[in-house]
Design a protein around this ligand. Structure first.
Ligand code: HEM
Length: 50
């Protein structure tokens, strides 16, 4: 299945890491307990990488 990586996908992957695990990966990502501001800053940084 094709997945679009946008801000809302990343926010969900970071805030609810167990909600949607890619096939073949263990549900191993811990909840990072970031504040809203930290989460947004992280997403902006990740989106800037591509
Ligand atoms: C600052 C720390 C972290 C950030 C920003 C982060 C971010 C992300 C993001 C954005 C994804 C989704 C990737 C995708 O769907 O292509 C993901 C998936 C994943 N992460 Fe992390 N992660 C962090 C720390 C960790 C740690 C410490 C672990 C394990 C020890 C971990 C394990 C995983 C695994 C197994 C997945 C794939 C399965 C899933 O979505 O739960 N991550 N992470």
């Amino acid at each position: 299945m094709e997945v679009t990586i946008d801000d809302s996908y990343l926010i969900r992957a970071i805030s609810e890491p167990l909600a949607e695990a890619p096939v073949g990966y263990p549900p191993a990502m811990p909840n990072l307990s970031l504040s809203d501001v930290e989460q947004k800053a992280l997403v902006q940084w990740i989106m800037g990488l591509k």
